[in-house]
Design a protein around this ligand. Structure first.
Ligand code: AMP
Ligand code: ZN
Length: 483
């Protein structure tokens, strides 16, 4: 088990694999390196808060794995498909214009949620040569066939079709009841290449002008950037079938190797007990929400439920999440305040500059171990957050005491930082007000009141209140303290 002073040691991480329906020990194919591919958005509209669930969760998976491994993280953009074509027609724009706009919006909206850009964000339209040659290889090997300008995957050639979603071919055939498509040999065959209709955007190919089907993009881009077998492949659970099942069929029938070693799927974010989705029409745009709530509160809400459980989205939940964050921030502020203002001797510091990071404390060791034990147990973020609150209680207890050991307080400060590098639920410290800034704002408020500029005075009071600073009128003037 890693501890705070030795986080580079390789931990025992367990991951629930959709393929085997069990938790497995995570072992990357190449020691020290991890490859991750998460299916990205179709860029025809803004992302909603349901889409944000996998983006935030897999961001945390990436952050955690990055403590121990060199992680290459790929999130693709589907920048051409039926929805984009339709939306472009409706809005009088071209497909590339629409895609460009929505990719820029995606980058902005995810950054606002403290999700870092992936290592690579490949686009379908920039991977056309690889997609076409992937399809050509499948056709050459008899694994796919051309029919009326379209190309289909021949599922009868891949007996394992259905293994990820744990369905057999017969069940799948039975499941496909609506309108048998004359162009297919078998109803469950799926499209790899679609012939363009008049006026639609197209690329030339050996089968005529057209565009790729959705599933083949991911197989081709994953092979291009990450090789034939990825360590971790992720996405929302609605992608298990057909999308990931089809990706497996395409890649594995060609390479004879597993497409991914670990398959991870997040459950849905629900709104009023229904999956949040554009087709149901109950979406809340991430952008709108980020105007009203802090990104930390949105992340906290997302991570307070285990990723394989459904998450009920509500504004009450966000308010609660923000209250929890405020508790941590106040504790961290008090800690900083103490570290800055208490002279070392008075605080009982009895060691020379050790950095404080390794001050001995079995209680703190236990909290850090719990944090890692929970994170490495299939990314149990709700319990990892509990470890953060245990640290708050420990810190508050120590600070309430008369002779806090400054090295221990420093270690706590470092632990908050370490935990937050993974969860991203605390505001950046630079966003917090420094004592000098508070003094300056209070002086400005006093001046504003003298000048009868009450609007500015109230604005400053609210700003300070939002940071947990309480003002008290005393005969000696205004005093302030942290909540
Ligand atoms: P889509 O825009 O529907 O293609 O979805 C993009 C990603 O967001 C996929 O990984 C989906 O599984 C995921 N996703 C969409 N809606 C939700 C939801 N309500 N809850 C969780 N994940 C979702
Ligand atoms: Zn995909």
């Amino acid at each position: 088990m890693p501890n705070v002073s030795n986080t580079n040691r390789e931990p025992t991480i367990q991951i629930y694999n959709t393929m085997t329906r069990s938790k497995e020990r995570f072992v990357p194919q190449t020691p020290g390196k991890v490859t991750m591919y998460v299916c990205g958005p179709t860029v025809y509209d803004l992302i909603h808060i349901g889409n944000a669930r996998p983006l935030i969760f897999f961001d945390v998976v990436r952050r955690y794995l990055s403590v121990f491994y060199n992680v290459t993280y790929v999130v693709n953009f589907t920048d051409v498909d039926d929805k984009l074509i339709r939306r472009a027609e409706q809005t009088g724009r071209t497909v590339p214009e629409l895609a460009e706009q929505n990719i820029a919006d995606f980058m902005k909206d995810t950054e606002a949620l403290k999700v870092s850009p992936a290592t690579l964000h490949p686009r379908v339209t920039e991977s056309m040569a690889e997609i076409i040659s992937f399809i050509a290889e499948l056709v050459e090997r008899g694994l796919a066939y051309e029919s009326g300008g379209d190309v289909y995957f021949r599922t009868s050639e891949f007996p394992e079709y259905g293994k990820l979603s744990h369905q057999n071919l017969e069940e799948l055939q039975y499941g496909i009841r609506i309108g048998i498509d004359e162009r297919k040999e078998n109803p469950q065959d799926f499209v790899l290449w679609k012939a363009a209709k008049p006026g639609e955007i197209y690329w030339p190919s050996p089968w005529g002008e057209g565009r790729p089907g959705w599933h083949i993009e991911c197989s081709a881009m994953a092979r291009k950037y990450l090789g034939e077998t990825i360590d971790i492949h992720g996405g929302g659970m609605d992608l298990v079938f057909p999308h990931h099942e089809c990706e497996i069929a395409q890649t594995e029938s060609l390479t004879g190797k597993p497409f991914a070693v670990y398959w991870m799927h997040n459950a849905f974010l629900n709104f009023n007990n229904e999956k949040m989705s554009k087709s149901i029409g109950n979406v809340v745009n991430a952008r709108e929400l980020a105007k009203r709530y802090k990104p930390e509160a949105i992340r906290m809400l997302m991570l307070s439920t285990h990723y394989r459980n459904p998450l009920n989205f509500s504004e009450d939940g966000l308010i609660q999440a923000q209250n929890g964050i405020d508790r941590v921030v106040n504790c961290r502020n008090n800690l900083k305040h103490l570290l800055k203002n208490v002279p070392a001797e008075a605080a009982g510091e009895n060691r020379t500059e050790s950095g404080g990071g390794s001050a001995p404390s079995p209680a703190l060791d236990g909290i850090m171990e719990m944090f890692h034990a929970k994170m490495s147990d299939d990314f149990n973020t709700p319990d990892a957050i509990t470890a953060v609150f245990e640290l708050v209680s420990a810190a508050n207890g120590l600070m309430a005491g008369t002779a806090s050991d400054i090295a221990v307080l420093r270690r706590i400060d470092g632990m908050f930082k370490q935990m937050d590098e993974i969860l991203g639920i605390l505001p950046d410290e630079t966003e917090e007000l420094l004592d000098e800034e508070i003094d300056r704002l209070i002086a400005e408020r006093t001046e504003a009141r003298k000048a009868k500029n009450f609007a500015r005075a109230d604005e400053i009071r609210d700003l300070l209140a939002a940071q947990g600073i309480l003002l008290e009128d005393t005969p000696q003037g205004i005093r302030w303290r942290r909540k």
